[in-house]
Design a binder for this molecule. Structure first.
Ligand code: SAH
Length: 278
């Protein structure tokens, strides 16, 4: 049977009522998802069309910005090409200033604003300054990015718990507040953000804590983007790959038995496709 023609007419309904008002002098912190533009939420799409100022990060898919209000001022606030990033405090205080000028301010962040995204720090500054704000959650790379690699974060045959952790603290070092011994065995699945740089040290900590070297590991880079790549290895092998510079970034590293589902669930490679939004 031939594929039916896509029904695009219903997109007009997005312009209708029912969305919350994006009031002047307020800030919306919006998660853009892991990259593929189609993974932006409807509220995020709506907000892009309303905003006067859009402050976006490095990991926001460029094509998403094409949906912005053409009159909006777009300001890049991420780090790219090794250039230092604007200080977090400076970004937060600019958000306050724009809001005080009566602008509708959209802070667009990769993935979900509250998942290793410093959304909490920006909310704190907005709260301290009496600026009303709204959070629009996004699809986090550690769940949606894995899904694009055919790896479910949970499966009832393998795990009833997941750990999310970051491989970097604010100084760039391996986070010292993590109880690696406990983390190593607390859940069958560990999803790691910003972990490639310190992967060898992290893998060693997890193995010292009792996780087997044979634990399956996948490294999903540029997840959901057109140039997504996936490396499947083991906990014993991943540190060496990182040290030899063989792991592309930005990447999510996942350890645990769910990695094996990729053998059969690698839907993106199986479907192929020409779509640009997803
Ligand atoms: N708030 C974001 C995470 C920001 S921290 C979220 O919810 O996804 C930045 C880290 O997220 C990167 O170093 C990488 O580990 C991960 N990341 C973000 N986007 C990614 C993508 N498209 N593919 C793989 N990893 C990604």
């Amino acid at each position: 049977m031939a594929d039916p023609e896509p029904n695009t007419g219903h997109f007009a309904r997005l312009d209708g009522a029912g969305f919350p008002r994006f009031a002047a002098g307020t800030v919306w912190l919006v998660g853009a998802g892991p990259g593929a533009p189609g993974l932006l939420s409807l509220l995020g799409y709506y907000a892009l069309g309303q905003a006067d100022v859009i402050v976006y990060d490095a990991l926001v898919g460029e094509a998403i910005l094409d949906w912005a209000n053409p009159a909006a001022e777009k300001i890049y606030a991420g780090k790219r090409g090794g250039k230092p990033s604007p200080k977090q405090a400076a970004i937060s205080s600019r958000l306050v200033e724009w809001a005080r000028e009566g602008k509708r301010v959209l802070r667009l962040k990769g993935g979900d604003p509250f998942m290793f995204g410093r959304g909490g720090e920006e909310c704190q500054t907005l709260t301290d300054n009496g600026i009303p704000f709204r959070i629009v959650p996004g699809i986090t790379a550690g769940i949606g990015g894995l899904a694009y690699a055919g790896i479910p974060a949970t499966h009832r045959d393998t795990n009833h718990a997941v750990i999310f952790l970051t491989g970097h603290d604010e100084t760039g070092a391996v986070p010292h507040g993590v109880d690696w011994q406990a983390v190593a065995t607390a859940a069958p699945v560990i999803v790691m953000y910003m972990a490639v740089k310190h992967m060898a040290a992290i893998a060693d900590q997890l193995m010292t804590g009792g996780r087997p070297a044979s634990d399956p590991v996948a490294v999903v880079a540029k997840a959901t983007h057109a140039d997504q790549s996936v490396v499947v290895t083991t906990l014993g092998g991943v540190g060496g790959l990182a040290e030899r510079g063989e792991l592309p970034t930005p990447a999510i590293v996942v350890a645990g038995p769910v990695v094996n589902y990729r053998d059969v669930f690698a839907w993106r490679e199986q479907l192929g496709g020409e779509a640009t939004l997803g």
